[in-house]
Design a protein around this ligand. Structure first.
Ligand SMILES: CC(C)(COP(=O)(O)OP(=O)(O)OC[C@H]1O[C@@H](n2cnc3c(N)ncnc32)[C@H](O)[C@@H]1OP(=O)(O)O)[C@@H](O)C(=O)NCCC(=O)NCCS
Length: 178
């Protein structure tokens, strides 16, 4: 398995992997396009066309040349400070449980740290994301856009993080369209 930045040729495969991963997920976004793919598959395309897209932080996992996983971080705002929102993260259903999601997480967090980003936030299972250094965001003074997310809204401070970096997080605009 290799992890690298996405290229234009990967775009259809990323959509297919995202759709397949979230079709089997316990809670996925409702479809927003004819065809019925989960909303997350559409969201990745919307994000790619948004000013919040960061090409360095859209990574694919490939095996024998085929895309088997994808992760992306996009530009959000923490108060007046730029920060990152992570997701969607997707692994092909038949390849889940073999370390691909973890490899993508480590790779994208390393890339974000190398870009001197201060913090990455996400909504997800604390049992999965805690192993990558995510903690409940409110403990860092980072408030979710939706208070109902509770402990599922998590943050991973990076090297450039400062304790005074607090406030309410806003995802890139396409997230509001789901
Ligand atoms: C979540 C996902 C990306 C993980 O990828 P993966 O390649 O299966 O992950 P890994 O093999 O690296 O890690 C598997 C571990 O994660 C745990 N895990 C996976 N999904 C989990 C979840 N929703 N809640 C808690 N733990 C979870 C597994 O139990 C396993 O734990 P273990 O290592 O202690 O046995 C993948 O299952 C997926 O694409 N799911 C559907 C889409 C989704 O829910 N994405 C995340 C929300 S944006």
């Amino acid at each position: 398995m290799l992890i690298r930045r996405e290229t234009p040729a990967d775009i259809p495969a990323i959509r297919a992997v995202t759709a397949a991963a979230f079709r089997g997920a316990a809670h996925s976004a409702p479809p927003v396009e004819p065809g019925g793919d989960p909303g997350e598959a559409t969201l990745v395309g919307w994000l790619r066309d948004d000013p919040g897209w960061i090409p360095e932080l859209s990574l694919v996992a490939t095996d024998a040349g085929a895309v088997v996983g994808h992760v992306v971080c996009t530009r959000g705002m923490l108060g007046e400070t730029p920060a990152l929102g992570l997701g969607p993260l997707s692994v092909s259903p038949e390849r889940q449980g073999a370390g691909i999601g973890s490899a993508l997480m480590h790779a994208v967090l390393g890339a974000a740290d190398a870009l001197s980003e201060p913090v990455v936030v996400l909504v997800g299972e604390p049992a999965f994301y805690g192993r990558f250094g995510f903690v409940p965001a409110d403990g860092l003074g980072i408030t979710a856009p939706d208070p109902q997310w509770g402990a599922y809204f998590q943050a991973r401070p990076l090297t450039a993080h400062r304790p005074d970096l607090r406030g309410t997080f806003r995802y890139a605009a396409p997230f509001d369209r789901l």
